[in-house]
Design a protein around this ligand. Structure first.
Ligand code: IDP
Ligand code: MG
Length: 134
């Protein structure tokens, strides 16, 4: 099934000059970048995107980090795009993410893990609306 997913290169990925290599991996598996914009995440967008983590010990740091510098926001589409992007990204913690994945190859720590990707088609619809409007 053709899906859309919301992908965001986090501030550490942009600051470290990894945008081109991440885009290369997305395009290499046949996914299409439908929309793309560099921007700062507002506190309101951050809170909406990470609402499921509110109250957890790492929540405040996560909000501060994601709003700390420019990100690259994307709508990526293709066959099973949500699943394919989660596979390309690798596990949340770069220490356990497999080699060959974006987080496994470039990630430095659990909070600076380079990339965000929606975890379901429902999350994707919600996150695309948060960051690109209806
Ligand atoms: P995901 O990004 O792989 O979907 P989530 O569990 O949704 O992972 O967590 C959102 C983000 O919050 C992660 O990408 C990571 O940057 C951060 N995070 C998750 N768990 C922890 C933690 O235990 N400590 C610090 N940061 C965390
Ligand atoms: Mg998540």
């Amino acid at each position: 099934m053709i899906q859309q997913t919301y992908i965001m290169i986090k501030p550490d990925g942009v600051a470290r000059g990894l945008v081109g290599r991440i885009i290369d991996r997305i395009e290499s598996v046949g996914l299409a970048i439908e929309r793309m914009e560099m921007a700062r995440v507002t506190p309101e967008e951050a809170a909406a995107n990470y609402a499921e983590h509110e109250g957890k010990p790492f929540y405040q740091g996560l909000i501060e980090y994601i709003t700390s510098g420019p990100v690259v926001k994307m709508v990526v589409s293709g066959e099973e795009a949500v699943l394919v992007m989660r596979k390309l990204m690798g596990a949340t913690d770069p220490k356990t993410a497999a080699p060959g994945t974006i987080r496994g190859d470039f990630g430095l720590s659990l909070d600076a893990n380079i990339v965000h990707g929606s975890d379901s088609p429902e999350s994707a619809a919600r996150e695309i609306a948060i960051f690109f409007g209806q």
